[in-house]
Design a protein around this ligand. Structure first.
Ligand code: CMC
Length: 430
C-alpha cells in the first residue's frame, strides 16, 4: 500500500495524504503535514484511530485475538520459552542463541542488587503505603543512584540502564512487599532463575530455609511473559511521551508505572479480585452482571473488555490454564473466587450485552486469583504487572530514542474555552 494516496476534501480543497503500509495490520494515513496543508488538526480523543509511531516490537490483531512479540505468537513463547529469553527478544529483535542467552542471563543476574543506600530510602515510607506508590518513587530514584547510565545519547549507557532496570525491578518490588509486612529485605541469590529469585526475595525469611516450588516459579515466569509488552497501550505511550523530551529512562519508567496503576489499566487485576470478593457467592453473579449492564450504574465488570481485543484476549486463555495449574499444585480445591469467576465468565459470554459490545475476559480476570493463591496480597498485583512490563517499556523507549526521525511528542487540542477578553479589576467583578 506504500506509495498510495488518499484524498481529503477540506474547505473545498483536495489534499493528498500518503498511505503507509506495515508488515501486517491496518495501513495508516500519514497526516503529519495536514496542519500545514489545511490549517486544521485531526481530533481523536483516546487515540482510537491514531498510530503514534512506527514500531517493530509487538503486533496485536484485536479482532482475531492474536498477540505477537517480534513476530512470535505469545502462546509459543509462553509454552516453550522463559521470561529472560522474551526480554532478549523484545530488546534485540531476535531469539538468542544458547551462548547469547547464557550471557544475557548472566548479565541480568549480576545487576539484581540495588545500591544499599536504597534501603534507607524505603524507610521513609509509611508501612501502609501502597506498594505502587513506593514503586513510582523508587524507580524514579534509580536515576539518582545510577547517574552513570542516564546519558541517553550513549548506546552503551542506554543498554546498561535497560539491563539495570530489568534486573533491579524484582528486587525493588520484593523490597516494597517486605517493607509493607514488616519483614527484613532478602537479598537476591544469583544461582536462582529470574522468577525463582523473585519468589525467594518475597517469601523467604532469614530464620529458615526457603525452597522455591518449581511449578509456581514456572507459572510466575509465564505470567511475566504474558505481561512483557502490549504495543502502544496507555503506560507505554506514557513512557514514550516522557522519553520524547530526552528524559532519562529511569524517570520514564517511573512515569509508566504511575500510568499503569489506574484501574482501567494495570490496576484492573486488583480491582477484579476485589470485585470477585464483593460478589461473594456464585448465586450473586447475575445481580452484578445486571449492574454492569445498567446505563445508570457506573459499575463495570473488572477484567472484562479491552480497547483493542474484540475477541478473547489470548493472554487470558493461557492465564486461565496457569490458574488451574497453580491451584492444583497448591491443593486449593473448590476455590470460591475461581468458582465465581467461572460462573461470571459463563454468564457474561452468553449475555447479549457483552456479545454485542464484544466484551471478553482480559488477562486481569484470572491473574488476580493466581497471584493470591501464590501468597501475594492484592496490593502487589499491579506491582507484578509493572515488573514484567518494564522490559516492554524499555524496549519501546530504546526503539524511540534510536529512531532518527524522533521528535518531542506534542499533541494539539480543540480549544473550547473563552475567546480573548480583557482583565476586569476585582472591584468591578459582579
Ligand atoms: N463492563 C461493562 N461494560 C463495559 C465494560 C465492562 N468491563 N467495558 C466496556 N463496557 C461497555 C461500555 O460501557 C461501553 O458501552 P456503551 O457503548 O453503551 O457506552 C462499551 O462497552 C465500550 O466501552 P469503552 O469504555 O468505550 O471502551 P474502551 O475501549 O474505552 O475501554 C477498557 C476499554 C478496558 C478501559 C474497558 O473495557 C474497561 O473499563 N474494562 C474494565 C477494566 C479492565 O478490565 N481493564 C483491564 C484492561 S486489560 C489490561 C491492560 O492492558 O491494562
Amino acid at each position: 500500500m506504500d506509495g498510495k494516496e488518499s484524498t481529503l476534501n477540506f474547505d473545498g480543497k483536495d489534499v493528498a495524504l500518503p498511505v503507509k503500509a506495515g508488515t501486517i495490520g491496518p495501513s495508516v494515513i500519514d497526516i503529519s503535514k495536514l496542519y500545514g496543508q489545511t490549517g486544521a488538526f485531526t481530533y481523536d480523543p483516546g487515540f482510537t484511530s491514531t498510530a503514534s509511531c512506527e514500531s517493530s516490537i509487538t503486533y496485536i490483531d484485536g479482532d482475531e485475538g492474536i498477540l505477537l512479540y517480534r513476530g512470535y505468537p505469545i502462546e509459543q513463547l509462553a509454552e516453550h520459552g522463559d521470561f529472560l529469553e522474551t526480554c532478549y527478544l523484545l530488546l534485540y529483535g531476535e531469539l538468542p542463541t544458547a551462548s547469547q542467552k547464557a550471557d544475557f542471563d548472566y548479565r541480568v543476574t549480576r545487576h539484581t542488587m540495588v545500591h544499599d543506600q536504597m534501603n534507607r530510602f524505603f524507610l521513609g515510607f509509611r508501612r501502609d503505603a501502597h506498594p505502587m506508590a513506593i514503586m513510582v518513587a523508587v524507580t524514579g530514584a534509580l536515576s539518582a543512584f545510577y547517574h552513570d547510565s542516564t546519558d541517553i545519547s550513549d548506546p552503551q549507557q542506554r543498554m546498561i540502564a535497560s539491563m539495570r532496570m530489568i534486573a533491579k525491578m524484582p528486587t525493588l518490588a520484593a523490597m516494597a512487599f517486605k517493607y509493607s509486612i514488616g519483614q527484613p529485605f532478602v537479598y537476591p541469590k544469583n544461582e536462582l532463575d529470574y522468577a525463582s529469585n523473585f519468589l525467594r526475595m518475597c517469601f523467604a525469611v532469614p530464620c529458615e530455609d526457603y525452597e522455591v516450588n518449581p511449578i509456581l516459579s514456572r507459572a510466575l515466569d509465564r505470567i511475566f511473559i504474558l505481561h512483557a509488552d502490549h504495543e502502544q497501550n496507555a503506560s507505554t505511550s506514557t513512557v514514550r511521551l516522557a522519553g520524547s523530551s530526552g528524559a532519562n529512562p529511569f524517570a520514564c519508567i517511573s512515569a509508566g508505572i504511575a500510568c499503569l496503576w489506574g484501574p482501567a489499566h494495570g490496576g484492573a487485576n486488583e480491582a477484579a479480585l476485589k470485585m470477585l470478593e464483593e460478589i461473594g457467592t456464585p448465586d450473586r453473579v447475575s445481580e452484578y452482571v445486571a449492574k454492569a449492564k445498567d446505563k445508570n450504574d457506573p459499575f463495570r465488570l473488572m477484567g472484562f473488555g479491552h480497547r483493542v481485543y474484540k475477541n478473547y484476549d489470548p493472554r487470558a486463555r493461557i492465564m486461565q490454564k496457569t490458574t488451574h495449574e497453580v491451584l492444583n499444585e497448591l491443593g486449593v480445591k473448590d476455590d470460591p473466587l475461581l468458582e465465581i469467576a467461572m460462573e461470571l465468565e459463563q454468564i457474561a459470554l452468553r449475555d447479549e450485552y457483552f456479545i454485542e459490545k464484544k466484551l471478553y475476559p482480559n488477562i486481569d480476570f484470572y491473574s488476580g486469583i493466581t497471584l493470591k493463591a501464590m501468597g501475594f496480597p492484592t496490593t502487589m498485583f499491579t506491582v507484578l504487572f509493572a515488573l514484567a512490563r518494564t522490559v516492554g517499556w524499555i524496549a519501546q523507549w530504546k526503539e524511540m530514542v534510536e529512531d532518527p526521525s524522533q521528535r518531542i511528542g506534542r499533541p494539539r487540542q480543540l480549544y473550547i474555552g473563552a475567546a480573548e477578553r480583557d482583565y476586569t479589576p476585582i472591584a468591578q467583578r459582579g
